[in-house]
Design a protein around this ligand. Structure first.
Ligand SMILES: NC(=O)C1=CN([C@@H]2O[C@H](COP(=O)(O)OP(=O)(O)OC[C@H]3O[C@@H](n4cnc5c(N)ncnc54)[C@H](O)[C@@H]3O)[C@@H](O)[C@H]2O)[C@@H](O)CC1
Ligand SMILES: [K+]
Length: 490
C-alpha cells in the first residue's frame, strides 16, 4: 500500500476496528497499551485546549470508549486535577476493567448516574460513553447521561466520537452529545465530516504512533484546497469552454441566470443561455456577457447545442412539455453535462442513459426520489446513497448538504470540509451547477470538476459568510469565487 496523508484519509467504523485489531494481533501492541496511548494523547489535547481546567467530570460507558475515559481520569488525577467520574455500569472488556482499576488505584471514585445532580461544578466534561461501538438509539440511562451532559452547560470534550453520533455515517439516530472538541484515535472516522458532524466540534486526529502498515486503503477522502493551473498566455475564449445553460421556464429566469453567471465567474470562455423568451431581455440587460436566446423547442435549441462544449441542464427548467423536450434533446447530444434540479426530477420520471461525462447534483430530497427511498434514509447513510446513485447512473454524483459528498461510479468518494448554513438559501444550487459546468468546460474531468466545484463554491460561501450567515445570497459568492478559482486569497 502506498503511503498517504492520514489527515485527509477517512475510514469506516469497521475499518477502524480492523486497524485496531491489526495493531493488537499483527504488531503485538496490547489493547491496553493502545488505550493508554489514546488517553495520554487525549489528556494532552484537553490540557492544550483548556489549560485552566482544574476539575473534570468524566462519563464512562461500559465498552472500550469508557476504558479510554477511565484512563483520562487516571491521568488527570496523576496531574493533580480533581475528577468526578460517572459510569453507566461496570466495564465489560478486560482492557476497560484494567483501566477502571488503574483509576481506582490512584484513589478515584466511580459514581452512578443518579449522583450527577449532587456533583460539584466541573470545568470540562469528558465524554467516554460510546465510540465506534455505538450501535443503537440511546434509551434509558444512556439517553439520560447524554441529556445531562448537554444540559450541564459545561464544555464537552469527546473521546473518539461524540456519543450518539454514528462514527460511520455522521447520522444521529436519537440524542447525541454536542462536543466543543473531539480527540479521534488512530484514523479519522468518516462520520465526523458529514451530515451532523458539527456535533464533534473541533476534531483533532491522535494517530497513537502506529506504523502505516496497520492501515488499509481509506473509504473516502477529505477535499484539500486546490485550484486550476494558470492560463496559457495564448488562450482565447474558445479554448476555455462554451457552456450552454438550459432552463428558466416562464417565471424562473433567476435560476438559470445564477447558473450562467457562476459559469462565467469560474472561468468559462463563453456562456450561452437557452431559456423561455420572457427571460431573454432581462438576462441580456443584467449581464451582457451572457448570450441569452429564446428557445421555444428542440429546433431552436439544436444549433445552440452544436456550438456548445458543455451543458448545464435543469435550473428553473420545470417539468412541463417545454422542459422535457429541451431535456431530451440536450441529453441526446452526449456532451459533458451537469444535471440539476428539474433535470433530476425529469430523470426520476423518465430514467434514461446519461452522457458519458455527466455530473448529477442532487440535494438529499432529490437523491431520495432518484433512489426511491425517503430523504431520511439518504441521510442515514450519505456515503451509501451517493455511491449507489453514481453506480446506478454511471455518473459523478454530488450529494449536497452539510459535508457535501462527491462520488464516482467506481466508488471513490470525497467529502467537502467547507461551507456553512448560510448556504441554505435560494440560488445556491444553481450557482454550484454553473461552477461545475465552467470547470468541465476548462478541461477538468467530471470527478475533478465536481470536487473542485464543490470546494470552490463552499469556500466562496465561507468568505461571503464573514458578513454573517443569515442573509447570505447566492450572488454574494461570485466575487470570492473569482478570486478562489484564480488561486488568490479571498
Ligand atoms: N483496543 C482498541 O480497540 C481500542 C479502542 N479504543 C476505544 O474503544 C472504542 C470502541 O470500543 P468498543 O468497541 O468497546 O465500543 P464502545 O465503547 O464504543 O461502545 C460499546 C458498548 O456500548 C454499548 N452501546 C452501544 N450503543 C449503545 C447505546 N445507544 N445505548 C447503550 N449502550 C450502547 C455496546 O453494546 C457496547 O457494550 C473506540 O471508539 C475507542 O474510543 C481506543 O482505546 C483505542 C484502542
Ligand atoms: K465518546
Amino acid at each position: 500500500m502506498t503511503a498517504f496523508d492520514l489527515d485527509i484519509a477517512l475510514f469506516t467504523s469497521a475499518q477502524a476496528r480492523a486497524i485496531d485489531r491489526r495493531a493488537i494481533d499483527g504488531l503485538g501492541i496490547p489493547g491496553f497499551e493502545l488505550m493508554t496511548r489514546a488517553a495520554a494523547a487525549a489528556f494532552a489535547m484537553l490540557r492544550r485546549r483548556w489549560p485552566a481546567a482544574r476539575r473534570l467530570r468524566v462519563v464512562c460507558g461500559t465498552g472500550n470508549n469508557g476504558g479510554d475515559g477511565y484512563l483520562v481520569a487516571r491521568d488527570a488525577l496523576a496531574n493533580g486535577l480533581a475528577v468526578d467520574l460517572v459510569a453507566l455500569g461496570p466495564p465489560r472488556g478486560a482492557d476497560a476493567i484494567s483501566a477502571r482499576a488503574a483509576f481506582e488505584a490512584l484513589g478515584g471514585t466511580v459514581h452512578p448516574l443518579s449522583a450527577w445532580p449532587a456533583l460539584p461544578p466541573a470545568d470540562v466534561v469528558v465524554d467516554g460513553l460510546f465510540g465506534t461501538g455505538f450501535d443503537r438509539v440511546p434509551e434509558g440511562d444512556a439517553r439520560e447521561a447524554i441529556e445531562a451532559i448537554n444540559a450541564s452547560g459545561i464544555p464537552v470534550f469527546a473521546l473518539d466520537v461524540p456519543s450518539g453520533l454514528s462514527a460511520d455515517t455522521g447520522a444521529c439516530p436519537g440524542v447525541a452529545v454536542r462536543a466543543a472538541a473531539t480527540a479521534t484515535f488512530i484514523v479519522h472516522k468518516r462520520g465526523l465530516h458529514t451530515h451532523r458532524a458539527e456535533l464533534a466540534g473541533e476534531v483533532e486526529l491522535q494517530p497513537l504512533d502506529l506504523p502505516q502498515d496497520v492501515l488499509e486503503a481509506p473509504d473516502a477522502w477529505l477535499m484539500v484546497v486546490s485550484s486550476l493551473p494558470p492560463r496559457p498566455r495564448d488562450s482565447h475564449k474558445g479554448s476555455n469552454g462554451h457552456v450552454l445553460a438550459i432552463g428558466g421556464d416562464h417565471g424562473t429566469g433567476g435560476a438559470i441566470r445564477m447558473a450562467a453567471e457562476a459559469a462565467l465567474r469560474s472561468g468559462a470562455g463563453l456562456v450561452s443561455v437557452a431559456t423561455h423568451e420572457a427571460n431573454v431581455l432581462a438576462l441580456n440587460a443584467a449581464r451582457p456577457e451572457l448570450m441569452a436566446h429564446a428557445v421555444n423547442g428542440p429546433q431552436a435549441l439544436q444549433p445552440m447545442l452544436d456550438k456548445a462544449s458543455v451543458v448545464a441542464l435543469g435550473p428553473g427548467l420545470g417539468q412541463g412539455a417545454w422542459g422535457h423536450a429541451l431535456w431530451t434533446t440536450a441529453l441526446d447530444m452526449d456532451l459533458p453535462t451537469v444535471l440539476d434540479a428539474d433535470g433530476l426530477n425529469l430523470l426520476h420520471a423518465e430514467p434514461r442513459r446519461l452522457p458519458a461525462r455527466a455530473v448529477l447534483t442532487p440535494h438529499p430530497g432529490e437523491a431520495g426520489r432518484l433512489l426511491g427511498i425517503e430523504t431520511a434514509a439518504v441521510q442515514s447513510d450519505r456515503f451509501a446513497a451517493a455511491r449507489e446513485l453514481a453506480r446506478r447512473y454511471r455518473a459523478v454524483v454530488v450529494l449536497k448538504g452539510n459535508g457535501s459528498l462527491v462520488a464516482s461510479p467506481d466508488g471513490e468518494v470525497s467529502v467537502c470540509p467547507w461551507g456553512n448554513p448560510g448556504m441554505a438559501s435560494g440560488g445556491m444550487g444553481d450557482t454550484l451547477t454553473g461552477v461545475i459546468a465552467g470547470l468541465l468546460g476548462q478541461g477538468c474531468d467530471p470527478y475533478r470538476a465536481a470536487c473542485l466545484g464543490v470546494a470552490l463554491h463552499a469556500r466562496a460561501a465561507d468568505v461571503a459568510a464573514r458578513a454573517g450567515e443569515r442573509g447570505l445570497l447566492a450572488g454574494d459568492l461570485l466575487d470570492p469565487l473569482r478570486r478562489l478559482v484564480n488561486g488568490l486569497d479571498a
